[in-house]
Design a protein around this ligand. Sequence first.
Ligand code: SF4
Length: 302
Amino acid sequence: MSLEDEILRLKRDRNAVILAHNYQRPEVQDIADFVGDSYGLSVEATKTGADVIVFCGVDFMAQTAKILNPEKTVLIPSRHALCPMAMLLTKNELEQVQKNNPGCETVLYVNTHADVKALATCICTSANAPKIVSQMKTDMVIFGPDANLGYFVSKTCDKKLVYAPEAGFCPTHHQIEMVDVERARKKYPNAVLTVHPECQPQVQDAADFLGSTTQIIKYCVESDEKEFIVGTEMGIIHRLEREAPGKKFYPISEMAVCPTMKNITLEKVRNALLKNRFEVEIPKDVMDRARVGIQRMMDLSK
Ligand code: SF4
């Protein structure tokens, strides 16, 4: 029996659903029931009748799935699938920033751990961050952990942001430089430049289209253009080629790879289902508090 067939059999036996982030390896995306961004996948999970969710993504994503589906078993196939950006903001550090800025509301990117989310007024994604921050009641808003996403928010909203931490970033997106933009523009003169707001400000400013992974996919599928430079993690190109056959997609840089996302392999997906590993466990009170900010985001994004 092939590995793929074994996974499908185990999935049926356990009444499981497999969710894969847009940055996962192509073969993991292909075995998944749903492929999407972190928040979209968690919401998707709430709609299924599955008992088990296998989340092929990184730690904070699997945690969000658990928070939204507390009665289900949520598995993350690798213990090493840890997001370095989420690690940049600890509960203690956020508490200190909140203490130094009393009265400010706090908006946190979904790329944070559950105990940190529990301290937020509201959660946001890269797709809805400006909309969420602009609806906060205070003029000054604590925002974290991604200062590049904060730049994107500041461009369209008049709130003053206090960053927690001071200069957080995603290593995969932050390393994309203007030299990559210039090289790609020269090599593919007819291509449209799409960029994720986790990229540095100057790279964002150079983009023809700026948006979240889901927004980039929608834009490329619906656009009349035929060639696109992809300014985000390279794994999304597999999804783009599936969704928009006939169009051409070029990575902005061969270095735009998130190593922890690539930690999950088909073998690990099989082992997750077979050996029930690794189960996401979060204390109930933390989940309950973290869910408040997530629910608020859902209400404010309508
Ligand atoms: S691409 Fe960046 S934000 Fe996403 S999981 Fe990797 S390190 Fe974290």
